[in-house]
Design a protein around this ligand. Structure first.
Ligand code: SAM
Length: 224
């Protein structure tokens, strides 16, 4: 998928965004639990409307939060007026110069599948300080019977959570259509592929498969 298509998709989604709930939401606290308690500087790649940037801002002196979509960044700024320590920027992580060994925490939620996986992890790793923590939450391609069963269980769980949080079983029609069209050109790695790349690049990474079509990577950089 081209960068222009991704940007256009997320500009469209941002304009329809209600800001209520998505599938990453239930895992935000899980990620936060693995972040360092005190960060000098954190980076979020693909920050969207800034939900996690605001959470990590509570533990960081400075947060750099980047996203390809100007509309996402506009909303993120609007929703984060009281967070003077977050610098929201429209930027493409594939071309942005990331200072080496600079960040205490680097996070990416539901974004990595839009990017070259191994190359992006390598860049994230290089930008982490020694002792810093890399946190990823992303989607995977289901494989086999276990994932099929997980999928059947996930559907009512996800519907129920949305109902509790928003009073609706599904997002509004226009937003659903925008996600469906975006999803047509989305591709995901299998868990096997994720584990293979991580074994090579992030030795000792903790990789977990979660119920709502997501996996996480938690990795701490040791002295390098
Ligand atoms: C599914 S959204 C997730 C947003 C946010 N992390 C969340 O969980 O709500 C993926 C985001 O990644 C951004 N993105 C995709 N490719 C990017 C790139 N090359 N550089 C920066 N951001 C990118 C998109 O614009 C979009 O806002």
């Amino acid at each position: 998928m081209s960068t222009q298509t991704i940007q256009a998709d997320f500009d469209r989604i941002a304009l329809l965004s209600t800001g209520h709930w998505d599938h990453a939401g239930p895992y935000a606290n899980f990620l936060l639990r693995h972040a360092p308690l005190k960060c000098h500087e954190s980076l979020e790649i693909g920050c969207g409307t800034g939900v996690f940037s605001r959470l990590i801002a509570g533990r960081s002196q400075k947060v750099l939060a980047i996203d390809l979509s100007p509309q996402m960044i506009r909303l993120a700024r609007e929703r984060s007026r009281q967070f003077a320590n977050i610098d929201f920027r429209v930027a493409d992580v594939t071309t942005l110069d990331l200072p080496p060994r600079n960040f205490d925490c680097i996070v990416s939620i539901a974004t990595l599948h839009h990017l070259p996986f191994a190359e992006t992890l390598t860049r994230m790793k290089a930008a982490l300080k020694s002792g810093g923590v890399l946190l990823v939450l992303d989607l995977f391609a289901p494989e086999g019977l276990l994932d099929a069963i997980r999928n059947i269980v996930a559907l009512p769980v996800s519907g129920g959570m949305r109902l509790i949080r928003t009073g609706r079983l599904k997002p509004p029609r226009a937003l659903r259509d925008a996600w469906t069209e975006h999803g047509r050109h989305d591709t995901y790695l299998t868990m096997k592929q994720v584990r293979e790349v991580c074994a090579e690049l992030l030795p000792g990474a903790k990789i977990q498969q979660h119920l709502l079509w997501r996996y996480s990577i938690v990795w701490q950089k040791t002295n390098e």
